[in-house]
Structure formats: C-alpha cells, structure tokens
Design a binder for this molecule. Structure first.
Ligand code: ISL
Ligand code: CA
Length: 650
C-alpha cells in the first residue's frame, strides 16, 4: 500500500491546498491537472463534462476510484494523482484583455523533416542545401516561418532526436556554413526559422554521457539519471515509450542509466544546475546566430519525480509506458521553464513552442499564459486520434470528435494564451489516410483540415507534404521500415505470437515512417526528391500526387492551401477575430470569425456522406471565398468545406 498524503484539516475544515484519497472528485475540478484528468476521462468515455455536476459523481472519493474502476486504476494511480494535484491547486484565471499581437500569432508555420525534404547532393538523404533550394517554393506558398526538425550531429538512432553534439551539424545534412546560408536566405526572403530543441535527453554518444559513465566522480555524472540497481535489478519498473525497459546497465560505474525513449537516448538530469547552465549557454549561442526561436521536444518530461517511484501498470495501459506519470508534468517543470525562458528566450525575444503530448488545456494554460513567463505555445495531440484510439489501432477517424474538442480550445483558452493548430507532423500518419481509405475524398479531407488550421484562432503548423495532400505509404516488410519505435513495435508483436504479416499490417498503419517518406516534388524517379535511392523508399503515390502537377492545377490541394494562406494574410479577422460558434448538429462544424465589421462564416460537413445545410446561406449577403467543391449544391456533400465572407454589417 503506498503512503497516502496526510489528510490536512485546518480548524476542522479541509485545507483546499491539500488533496488526499478522501478528497471528492468535485474538489479536483478547481485544479488544472484535476480538471484535465476528469475531462479527458469523460471525453474518452463519451460522457459530457456536465456529469461532474451530478452530486453522486461529484462526491465520489478519490480512493474509491480503485474499486469503482474494477482495478483499472490502482492505489499507485491515486497516490500519484494526489501528489500531482497538490502541486498546482488553482486553475489559471484567463485574462479578458485584448489579445497582444505577435508575429508568431499571425505567422503560418511549415515543419520540415530535413531527412525527407530535398536531397541536393544525390546521396539519397535530404539535406540543408536541399532546403535552401526550395525556399522560393515555400515563400510562394505563403509560408512565414519554418520549424526545422533536428539537424545537429547525431548517430540517427531516432533520426536526429538523439543528439551527439548540439553545436555541430549532422554530416549527412551538410556543414555549419550550409546552415548559416540557409538562415541568411530564410531571413532575406522575409521568413523566420525556429529550430528543434531536444533537451530532455542526449545520444549515449554525447561526450557528456561518455564522461558520465566513465567515472562516477566526473562532473558530467550528475548530468544524467544514473542509479544503482535495487535488489540486484533495475532501480524501478519504468518502461520506454519505444518499448522494453527504460534502463541500460553500465558496468564501468555499476549503475543503470534512464532512457524514456530509445536505448541510445539518455535522459538528462535537470536537477543538476550545472547541466541547466550548460544547456542555456548552448541555447543562447544558437539564438546569437539569429534564429527566431525553438520547438521544444517532449518538454513536459524534463522534471522527473526525484524519488523515481515505481510506476503504475494501470496507468501504463492508458499512456503506453510504466512510470510516465512520474516524468510527465513533474514537480519542478514550471520552475525549469521559467528559468529557461528568463536565461535564454527572453534575452533574445525569441519564440518558444513546447511539445506536450498528453497535456490538457488547463495545464497548457499553466505553461503558456503570458503572465506565467514560461512558453509561448504548446502542442498537445488530442486531435490526432479519436478518443480511446491510437495510431496503430485499425479504425477510421471520425471527424465529428473535432467539433467539441476544437470549440473548447477556441472558447476557453483565454486571451492570454494562444493555441497551436497541428494535425500532421513527423510522428503521425497522414490525416487523409486516417479519415478514409477512399482515395476519392482525399483532397476534400486535406482541404477540410487545412481550412480548420487556417481559419480557427491559433498558429497553424503545416507539415511538409500536407499542402499537397500526401497520404500514408504501404510498408510490407520489416526491411521497409526505418523508425526505431516501429521496428521495436514489430518485434514486440512477433514476440507476442503475431505472424510477420499480421505484425506488418498493424505497424504499417501507425508507423511514424508514414510521415517520413520523401517529399513528392514531381512524378520522376523518387518523386524528384533525390537522383538516387532514398534512405527510405518513396511512395508510388508520387505519380499522382506531387508538387509539380498541383502547382499548375487550380483545384489542387496546393492551390487551395495557397489561396487559404493568402486569405488569412489579407484578413486579420481570421487571425485575431472573435470565434463565434454557430449552433448546428454534430454532423457539421460551423463558426464565425468576426473583427470589427468583417465576418467570415465557415461551414464544414464532418461526414463522408451528404447532409442537409444547417443554416440559410443568404445569397446576397454571403460571398463564397473558398470551397473544396467546384459548384454549389442544395445539400452539403461529403466533407464539404466553404468559407464565406459575410456582407458588411449595414
Ligand atoms: O509518437 C509518439 C510515440 O510513439 C509520440 O508520443 C512521440 O514520441 C512524443 O510525442 C515525443 O516525440 C518527440 O520526442 C521523441 C521523438 O522520437 C519524436 O520524433 C519527437 O517528436 C523523442 O525525442
Ligand atoms: Ca543529401
């Protein structure tokens, strides 16, 4: 039985800053983490948030969730929940002041995965000079800012997210001079560049780590999470997000090293002030070069519970790794983020967007609200799969789940916070492939998703190839895969008795490699990405879906994206306008963006079938600006998406 936090009563009244297993569910609602956990559980089980007002539900004691959940939740879960609840006991009060205008709020971002974007020297691997060659393409599309996935020296165990030297460019990608030229050209063309900052872990080939495991008395030993074993085995029961245990044994120091991700990605010990200072120095040297900010990899994991307590198997079944609850949103996260910003981003007035897989809206407010002085934005990924589903699960994504989820962030995220709008990245299969296997709706779905990203309130992050509606590839053999996480998954499935064919069917559906096949520039060999065999096979899809063909076609996804971005650039209403929901049924998602006398009405059919239009479009008042169908019809057709300008208010 885990020790439960004492039940603190002051003058007989429970102090509202100390939760215990006797606390009632309704009491959690005032805390950011408690609100998010309850809301997520209700959302996952398709229940409405109002259920919390039901006195029976609201009065359930935390401790009784173990029996009520029939063991799905265990004592360790309750103990951890109580500990996290007591860290931040008040939800953020959003300000109602007018929104501060910032370049990163109006900018349209484009994420480049350098390995797969453009190969300039014919070695089959994308590189920095390839990106420089394509800057006019990005400028022509209307891109304002580029997020560059890691280009630092790395052994590529996790394709660059395992950094061996933060201040050296990966040889396959080019030289620092190539990078300097890229940055100069990006700025010369009036765009901005943010880099990927991976400071939760380094490669095990980093010089700090080599020193750390060479000698316990090394000053670098404390830079990592190295612990003696317990009772002849690992320090605890944590597992890696990429499968298998989370500890490597090092004979040289007779200790175990923690890796939340691959075996070659060793977690940094942020408790060490010397490490933090070393990281801040590195960040400042990159900012001194003139880059405009960073995307911070798994930044919500940097603070671990120093006790490194045993993880709950129950939680692992929900989040995919044992112990994740002790590293996700840890005790000193806000302290570290405030210090990181004060020591680096604030000094250079640089932008920061964190990656926070699993972070809910209330915790996101704690991290991004302007007055908190932590990060400017955060990616959370609730929208990437339907509730209770994951990218490896065989299901068709139902777009109707997006309406309540996105509306919540539009209406409740406050004027001192700013959403990040992302539907594709280098870790997730492509949206068209998730929503429907019918190729006929592929461009309709792409345009629908892009319309949401570019007309909702928030910063849009277009992932390379999303602008032409690239979709998932087919991976038939293990040898087709490159992603360490997917290869581990395949081996795990086979070890559990799946046939290679069955294992490949599952892995092919959800593998991150779906997003990492080469960019499809034209219909020549390898899609114009390279003059030789690429590091990962190009999809045959490039014969029907490529930039060259789409740039010339009026009704292509590329042309739609370009027109959307242009509309947003020309109308501040689509950036800073008020979001006004239009009440319709679950099958359509309709809303207005209004600023001054200018209003836009966005009408979306979330179904793959026809449905009735829910609001009269008054011909003389509504001017169609963009639509993913070529002509108007009485009914709304599958995934029909239209943007109307509403006539000037008389
Ligand atoms: O796809 C996922 C895991 O299977 C995501 O949860 C992902 O691992 C998570 O969002 C963290 O991703 C980031 O850190 C990883 C790296 O592999 C990803 O590419 C990066 O986006 C470790 O650095
Ligand atoms: Ca190359």
């Amino acid at each position: 039985m885990h020790p439960v936090v004492p039940d603190v009563r002051i003058n007989g009244i429970r102090s509202n800053t100390m939760f215990t297993s006797n606390s009632r569910i309704k009491e959690l609602f005032d805390t950011p983490f408690g609100y998010d956990v309850i809301e997520t559980i209700l959302y996952m089980t398709g229940k409405d948030i109002s259920l919390i007002k039901n006195p029976i539900v609201g009065n359930i004691k935390l401790g009784s969730l173990v029996s009520l959940s029939k063991g799905m939740l265990d004592d360790a879960f309750i103990d951890t929940l109580v500990r996290i609840l007591n860290r931040e006991t008040k939800r953020h009060e959003c300000s109602k002041n007018t929104v501060d205008q910032k370049w990163w709020k109006s900018a349209v971002f484009y994420q480049i995965y350098p390995r797969s974007f453009m190969d300039s020297n014919g070695d089959g691997i994308g590189d920095i000079n390839g990106i420089t060659q394509k800057l006019d393409y990005l400028k022509g599309l209307g891109i304002d800012a580029i997020w560059l996935s890691p280009v630092y020296d790395s052994p590529n165990d996790d394709n660059g997210y395992d950094i061996r030297d933060y201040e050296k460019i990966m040889e396959e990608f080019g030289t620092m001079a190539d990078f300097d030229r890229l940055l100069f050209e990006v700025h010369r063309k009036g765009m901005k560049l943010i880099m990927d900052l991976v400071i939760n872990h380094t490669s095990d080939e980093h010089k700090w780590f080599k020193a750390a495991i060479s000698d316990k008395s090394s000053p670098y030993h404390d830079y990592y999470i190295l612990r003696p074993g317990k009772n002849g085995t690992y320090p605890n029961n944590w597992t890696s997000v990429f499968g298998g245990g989370a500890w490597n044994y090092y004979e040289s120091v007779n200790e175990y090293g923690l890796h939340i991700f691959s075996k070659k990605q060793m977690d940094l010990n942020w408790e060490s002030e010397a490490l933090r200072k070393e990281l801040y120095g590195m960040v400042n040297r990159w900012l001194d070069k003139g880059i405009d900010g960073f995307r911070l990899d798994v930044i919500n994991l940097i603070s671990k519970d120093p006790q490194l307590p045993m993880g709950s198997e129950a939680i692992a079944s929900l989040v995919g790794a044992v112990g994740y609850e002790h590293t996700f949103y840890g005790p000193r996260l806000h302290e570290y983020l405030k210090e990181l910003r004060a020591e680096t981003f604030a000094v250079h007035n640089a932008f920061s967007v964190g990656e926070g897989a699993g972070v809910g809206m209330e915790v996101a407010k704690q991290i991004t609200a302007e007055g908190r002085k932590e990060l400017d934005e955060i990616f959370n990924f609730e929208q990437l799969d339907n509730p209770g589903e994951g990218r490896y699960d065989d299901y068709e994504y139902d777009l109707r789940y997006l309406k309540p989820l996105l509306s919540k962030w539009q209406l409740e995220y406050g004027n001192d916070c700013w959403p990040a709008l992302v539907f594709e990245n280098h870790d997730n299969p492509r949206m068209p492939g998730k929503v429907s296997n019918d190729q006929i709706y592929r461009d309709k779905i792409s345009k629908l998703i892009l319309t949401l990203m570019l007309t909702l309130r928030g910063t849009p992050y277009i992932y390379q190839g999303q602008e032409i509606g690239m979709t998932n590839s087919r991976f038939r053999e293990l040898s087709d895969l490159r992603d360490v996480e997917s290869i581990n998954k395949y081996n795990k499935l086979v070890s559990l008795g799946k046939t290679p064919k069955e294992a490949m069917k599952t892995v092919s559906k959800g593998t991150r490699d779906n997003a990492r096949i080469p960019m499809q520039w034209d219909d020549t060999d390898h899609g114009g990405f390279s003059s030789s065999d690429p590091w990962i096979a190009c999809s045959p899809d490039h014969h029907i879906c490529n930039v060259l063909e789409q740039i010339k076609r009026e009704d292509s996804t590329y042309s739609f994206t370009k027109a959307l971005i242009d509309l947003r650039h020309k109308n501040e209403t689509l950036v800073y306008g008020e979001y006004i929901p239009v009440k319709t049924d679950n099958d359509t998602f309709c809303y207005i963006r209004k600023l001054g006398s200018t209003s836009f009405y966005i009408e979306i059919n979330l179904l793959g079938t026809n449905t009735k239009r829910k609001k009269d479009i008054i011909k003389d008042k509504y001017t169609m600006m963009l639509c993913n169908y070529d002509k108007h019809d009485e009914l709304l057709r599958p995934y029909e998406t239209t943007i109307y300008l509403i006539g000037e208010e008389k």
